[in-house]
Ligand binder design. Structure first.
Ligand SMILES: [Zn+2]
Length: 137
């Protein structure tokens, strides 16, 4: 019995080091992946609940696409690109939550410019390329 437990422990340790070796240099989990996974789980639940023909198939397909996408991102070796995706995703939610400001992209250089909300029409000067543009806040 003790021998069996020892074997099991050894197997567990080998499995763990194998996983660690496999995951070395790969991206792993982030908030964007959590969101993708949860959306996938919800889509899969919806596909099981909804009885309308084309709609449940769409949710079923969507749940598979999302889960494959999140596995791809976890195993990806292009960590810089994955990190940028996650950063953009978090930035997008920060923008939605921010009720004090409005965000615009500079028409010339695409730099994001933050201005206070509710000031009417204002002239904005891009901090990067000094391009001037008028926007309603
Ligand atoms: Zn600019």
């Amino acid at each position: 019995m003790n021998n069996f437990r020892l074997k099991l422990q050894q197997f567990g340790a080998r499995l763990l080091s194998g996983i660690q070796h496999f995951m070395a240099g790969r991206y792993g989990m982030d908030k964007l992946n959590m969101a993708i996974l949860w959306t996938g789980v919800i889509a899969s639940l919806l596909s099981a609940m909804i009885r309308v023909q084309p709609l449940n198939l769409i949710f079923w397909g969507l749940s598979y696409v999302l889960m494959i996408l999140s596995i791809f991102r976890i195993l990806s070796r292009n960590t810089y690109k994955r990190y940028q995706e996650n950063r953009k995703f978090l930035q997008f939610f920060d923008r939605i939550k921010d009720r004090q400001h409005r965000y615009f992209d500079c028409p010339k250089c695409r730099q994001m410019v933050r201005v206070p909300r509710g000031k009417g029409k204002i002239a904005i000067t891009c901090p990067r390329c000094k391009e001037k543009f008028v926007k309603k806040t």
